[in-house]
Design a protein around this ligand. Sequence first.
Ligand SMILES: [Zn+2]
Length: 299
Amino acid sequence: MTDNKITTPYNIMPDGKNKGWSNITVQRLLASEIHLGYITYGKTRSKRGQVELVPEEERIKIMGTHEKLKTPEEHEAIMERLLKNRMLNPNSRRNIFPLSGLLYCEKCGSRMRFRVGENKKQGQHWSALCYHQYKDGSKCDQRGKVMDADFFNALYDRIIHVDPNILREIELHGSRYNDTQVIIEVKEQELKKQKRALDKLHESYEEDMITKQVFLERKAVRSRQIQKLEEELKDLRKVVVDEGNYPTVEQIYERIGEFRELWSIAVTSEEKNRALKKLVERIVYDREGNRVELTVCYK
Ligand SMILES: [Zn+2]
């Protein structure tokens, strides 16, 4: 509906822009009793300056004269379906999966979702699925697989044995960070030197050791150099803040240790999810045939 530029009933931003259709907008629209034909008065009231919701039975509900868009039976079916969806929603506390919020599709980059399935062979099981739809209406062709014990064992191994390429990358990053700090120190020394030279220049001029012409020429040169150095230092300090946010190899190992401890005592999905989130930023999922490739990105 967003792609087809259908305006939303809510979601209009203060600047007049329309954010498009969100899950919650669609849910509210589907659940609304207005489309059953009802009009409700007095949903909220003001109590000592505070706005509060009025209990449903105290509201005034009457049949309006506007067009009804669904029958009571359809409404009931919608509500039932919404309730069922909510139970499968990985964001709801009751249904946190070990990988909730962490699994991303390699093929399209979207966050993947989970579904509980049940059959005779596997019993209750989870599958990871990509529901991403591209702008042209085509669907992402990632085919998720059942996340069985083998899957979680492979994932655990993958997480605690950091890919050597990632380690090398982190080490390189660390040495770049150190290099940047050395360059900053050198530039700071150079800046001090230039500022001292400028002070001396002022003294020489005040003591009539140099002419005004020479003073102005030299001053212009020094000032340019000082400005250039200050700008360079400003940029370098920004870089160092960014680089400083990266973990070091030691930190990664420390966090892996914490993760192993938490994981070993984790029983519920929620506890497993919490253990993973201590260490892992995201896990990229890709399935080709029967092979599942997982890439772990650390915090
Ligand atoms: Zn996808």
